[in-house]
Write a protein that binds this ligand. Structure first.
Ligand SMILES: C[S@@+](CC[C@H](N)C(=O)[O-])C[C@H]1O[C@@H](n2cnc3c(N)ncnc32)[C@H](O)[C@@H]1O
Length: 154
């Protein structure tokens, strides 16, 4: 699958919970390497990825409207853009996109607020709602994340 999709390097998958990574490793998916790692302080080199994919991690980090959370999310975004390629690096998020998450994304990626590198208007932000999953709830009570957000460094 990994090779069929044309990836030249293994996909790097992280979570800071050891038990989550253990579970994922047991699935033994070809072309994926797993690491117990904090997304706020990644050990990857700067500009080492074309894509960063975030499914539910931003939602976990940005769980309320407090100033402390807002500041943590700014640090997280700075860490994401540090590891992304400086030209065309793309951050893809699957999210519930609550209003305060949308605000955090617009402030950082469109207005440049909190961006350590003072990068303003260099990100192309696209938001897509996946109608089919918008109201679906899993058997365990969790709901599917109905928004795809694509943020590309231009
Ligand atoms: C909603 S779950 C999504 C899990 C998985 N991506 C999925 O789609 O099934 C959020 C995950 O983010 C992880 N997480 C939260 N904060 C993190 C951080 N600072 N660094 C790494 N992982 C984090 C949690 O341990 C949890 O597994």
């Amino acid at each position: 699958m990994h090779k069929q999709m044309g990836f030249k390097k293994p996909i790097q998958s992280i979570d800071f919970e050891e038990n989550v990574i253990k579970k994922m490793k047991n699935r033994d998916v070809e072309g994926v390497e797993y690491h117990v790692m904090d997304a706020m302080h990644m050990t990857f080199d700067a500009a080492s990825f074309d894509y960063a994919i975030d499914k539910g991690t931003l939602d976990a980090l940005c769980a309320d409207k407090s100033p402390e959370t807002a500041s943590k999310v700014v640090d997280y975004f700075n860490e994401i853009i540090r590891v992304l390629n400086t030209k065309g690096g793309t951050y893809i998020i699957v999210s519930l996109l609550q209003d305060f998450i949308l605000d955090a994304l617009i402030n950082f990626f469109s207005k440049g607020i909190g961006n350590f590198h003072h990068e303003e208007n260099i990100f192309e932000v696209r938001i897509q709602k996946i109608e089919k999953v918008a109201h679906k709830v899993n058997p365990d009570g969790s709901s599917l994340l109905p928004f795809f957000i694509t943020i590309k460094r231009t």
